[in-house]
Write a protein that binds this ligand. Structure first.
Ligand code: FES
Length: 233
């Protein structure tokens, strides 16, 4: 089938405003939007800029807005995009560097803010640190996060409040708060107990709707809020 892909273009070194460029290509319904972008770049326009790496929903580098929905280009199929044109834009809530490439540094700085790694008690360091299957199960959903930032791109609370930690960093916080082996439970709760932390989420569920790994992001944030009420009040 012949399709039109309308891509938002912008080069911060050249353009003052973004603009759209439409490419005509032939594509199979089961092809992914990433396949289409690759073909455009390889055969039509080598200047088109976007990130990709694994091509299989693992690295999270090709998050973008496709027909208004934040998605991974390597997971979104042509047949799932309603025409006439397929509109591809960079992730909202991020500064665009070039075309579909956004500056991810502030996002990863926020992730690092929550210390997204296990901090075990000193006595646990010298031996195997076991976890009960039921405790491990509590982390089943959140460990799927690939930090693609689709959730942050889709979140109206991030749009309204530039200081809001945002959904993905809160998912990382959840990962550690509810890890039975972590020694910083209360400190971690205190770290997100404010209006720019867990309480910055207004339960709009946009993050949950777009998460390519089907993580219950909003529910996870609400569980953090409940834990704050239980343990800090
Ligand atoms: S290219 Fe790695 S997630 Fe899509």
């Amino acid at each position: 089938m012949d399709i039109k892909i309308k891509v938002q273009r912008f080069d911060s070194k050249i353009n003052r405003e973004p603009y759209f460029q439409t490419y005509d290509i032939a594509a199979e319904p089961n092809e992914r939007i990433l396949d289409c972008l690759n073909r455009i770049r390889w055969a039509q326009d080598g200047s088109l800029a976007y990130r990709m790496s694994c091509g299989h929903g693992v690295c999270g580098s090709d998050a973008m807005r496709i027909n208004g929905i934040c998605s991974l280009a390597c997971q979104k199929l042509v047949k799932d995009c309603k025409g006439p044109d397929i509109v591809v834009e960079p992730l909202p809530n991020f500064v665009v560097i070039k075309d579909l490439i956004v500056n991810m540094e502030p996002f990863f700085a926020r992730v690092n803010q929550v210390r997204p790694y296990l901090i075990a008690a000193a006595e646990a360091a010298s031996k195997e640190f076991k976890q009960l299957p039921e405790d491990r199960k509590k982390l089943d959903g959140v460990i799927r996060c690939i930090l693609c930032a689709c959730c942050t791109g889709a979140c109206p609370n991030v749009t309204a409040n530039a200081k809001f930690l945002g959904p993905a960093p809160l998912v990382q916080a959840f990962r550690c708060i509810f890890d039975s082996r972590d020694s910083q439970h209360l400190e971690r709760l205190k770290q997100v107990d404010h209006s720019d932390g867990a309480w910055g989420c207004d339960n709009l569920f946009k993050c949950t709707q777009v998460c390519p790994k089907e993580i219950l992001v909003t529910k996870s944030i609400n569980l953090i809020k409940q834990e704050i009420e239980k343990s800090l009040r």
